[in-house]
Ligand binder design. Sequence first.
Ligand SMILES: NC(=O)c1ccc[n+]([C@@H]2O[C@H](COP(=O)([O-])OP(=O)(O)OC[C@H]3O[C@@H](n4cnc5c(N)ncnc54)[C@H](OP(=O)(O)O)[C@@H]3O)[C@@H](O)[C@H]2O)c1
Length: 388
Amino acid sequence: MPRILGSAGVYGKATRGREPPPRSAGPVDGTRLSHLAAPPVVGPRDAARVRGNRRRGLANGAAGPAAVGSTYTPRRVRVLVTGSNGFIGAAMLRYAADTRGADVVGVGRALRPEPATGSLPYASADLADPEATSSALKALRPDVVIHAAARSDLDACEAAPDLAWRDNLEATRVVAACAAEVGARLVVLSTDCVFDGEAERLYTEDDAPRPTSIYAASKLASEHAALALCPRTAVARTATVFGTSHGGRDNAVTGLLRRLRASQRATMATDQVRTPVLLDNLVEMLWALAVDDTAGGIYHTVGATVLSRYELAVRVAERFGYDPSLIQPVLSAQLQQSVFRPLRTPLATAKLRARFKDLSVLEVDAALDRFADSLSAPAVFGEGAAHG
Ligand SMILES: NC(=O)c1ccc[n+]([C@@H]2O[C@H](COP(=O)([O-])OP(=O)(O)OC[C@H]3O[C@@H](n4cnc5c(N)ncnc54)[C@H](OP(=O)(O)O)[C@@H]3O)[C@@H](O)[C@H]2O)c1
């Protein structure tokens, strides 16, 4: 059985004093989840947010057809985020609860939740364990599962392939089968690394993947497994995510800022080309996929600007007022990375933008501006190893 923390049982603070509503309170109709409830409106900003969401057809702002002229009481969407102690999972959990008013629960391997999400309900489970995962999903009965758990470190995957296959493929198989069993929608995080990086253009969702590492191969296999096992699945491929580190580790931008702040030089590859994405913008994209049950298959969820790691680093230095000459351009071959990184993996977001017309896919300068605005937050800088 999974350990479930939260002062009021399964749903903790979010539903203190009441049971989770029965599924029949807001039937999941197999199309959009927009019939689910708006959160309580407690002030003008909330009212504006709910109106905005209603325009966008999102769950917490939209009254479904059954709510009109009936005694139907819409309920909050229930969202389970796996990997909620990690970089993206923690941010996703906070966004779903704080911005979208969802009933949330995080699931992670650690016994206790990461401090930044500590006030939100949490269950401890090893997702590769079918019994523990099935118990968690049956107890929590989510409408949506956002699967952000993974062994995400490329070097660690190469060093311990068995663990990579276990955490990336086996855990996804289990999560997808359990999500299908409870009738939940599933959004699975994946990576630009499924491509070999040899194309001279943006990769689309229709391009054939060709993984070049254990990490990438296990993530590609996890995409296939999720799509095969859970009919209501969207795969969200992302890349070079940067932003406030709830999960404690540095990412490409916070690690760099830490060096620049200490006037240390940083060497950055000019031939590793990506479409970096701001964490806050990514969780908006994931939310859009989570609440639109008609969006199936694979989506690329990255930023709108194509640039090399070196170019990104120079933009960061300029934006934050550091000396760009501290950034040294190098070729990947000079970096002596033990595991090969694909060179050019910029991802096209045309499919995402066509589907979600109101969704912002930020250019890197706008993303850095938004990130700079958040710099007063205490948890911007993580510690330890940087994410790719
Ligand atoms: N961050 C990026 O730039 C980036 C880029 C491309 C794709 N992605 C994808 O985005 C997703 C999230 O990445 P992230 O950066 O947030 O990774 P992360 O910070 O490493 O978080 C992953 C979390 O999943 C947990 N986990 C792994 N296996 C588990 C299991 N069997 N049971 C329960 N929990 C488990 C990990 O717990 P432990 O610490 O105990 O292992 C960790 O807390 C991954 O699918 C990754 O491939 C991320």
